[in-house]
Design a protein around this ligand. Sequence first.
Ligand code: PMP
Length: 434
Amino acid sequence: MTPTPASQKLFDRALAVSPGGVNSPVRAFRAVGGTPIFMKSGSGAWLTDVDGKTYVDLVGSWGPMLLGHAHPEVLAAVDSAVALGTSFGTPSEPEVLLAEEIVARTSVDSVRLVSSGTEATMSAIRLARGFTGRDKIVKFAGCYHGHVDALLAEAGSGVVTLGIPGTPGVPAHVTADTIVLPFNDRAAVEAAFAEYGAEIACLITEAAPGNMGVVPPAPGFNAFLSEICTANGALFISDEVMTGFRVTSAGHWGVDGKVEGWSPDLVTFGKVMGGGFPAAAFGGRADVMNLLAPVGPVYQAGTLSGNPIATTAGLATLKLATPDSYGRLDATSAELQRLVGEALTAEGVEHIVQNAGNMFSVFWGVTDRVANFADAQEQEAWRYKAFFHAMLDAGVYLPPSAFECWFVSAAHDAEALSRIAEALPSAARAAARA
Ligand code: PMP
């Protein structure tokens, strides 16, 4: 591994003052080993670390950086907003503009802005329980919806990476009303509704899961979920925190719901809509949303909700995310999937690349399609460790876990792709030998 002395120095200091030296577990490189890289700056598809080494970034801050880093027009919008003051705790114009943009692009009638995806899913579940007067919720194993207590049962993302089955600190009674089912399994969903239908407040799913690696819903699966929820008086919550405004201008709903003619009752958004700042949202049917305080009795609030800088950055990002950008993202992603597949095949590494629009990931040592979390866990994750470090050495920054999605941006150009293409053969050899 290439030495990274400045990162090592900062990591040592970080370890002294924060648990694991990080503020979100997957950043600690526990799944791949080695020292986390401390980044200093980003520009377009590129990151520069504190040692001055450059990387093509395939994490994109875990999704938000749809346009790449430091897009000049986003920075200019943020600069203008900062000059006016950073937070007022009153309504302000940018939050109205962002809400209008979200409503125009998606299925929702209205939105409430919050500061993280976790807050969005937590609030959507509270609202669904308040609306239905029921307690039980249904989720899928391997789907991650943030670190909401009731949703940390068989969650994906960092929880998978660390192998924590749920987590200490969540009382058993808090997850007692959470029903966890295998993804893409209609029979399991039917059985759960047959037994508990009258008690189920909502079903929440990632619109297209990206937190157990990328595991797209089978054709018609989301429509089926929507129908069975409606038939049982439960709300269908589509978590688009990762997919929203990334896979189409309308998120994953643009792939299935809009085309098939159904809409989720509630939707959660985050990542891209904050343009790299803490902003997220939940929205949906007007009659459900109108149960929220101050109109209705379901309480929800936030000191920095709708923050003028975050909403300005999010709005600027969405305005720049044109049909042309989505076309470029899809083409870049397809090219990258092809390059990775070719390099691994050339070295005889069994694998499958799965995608949901321009989000994709590689499953190692498997040849059948991965349909759910149990399938995903069968992969040879140790091969990824070797692959990851070879790519990192060659200046390509991948997610530090085999269970995470790879993200491209509209700024990934021929130069970025050629850096990746050059790095792939030796990384594929490292994976083959692992
Ligand atoms: N839902 C999904 C689908 C996510 O991918 C994430 C974060 N990766 C969250 C919710 C939680 O968002 P946050 O990290 O902003 O709390």
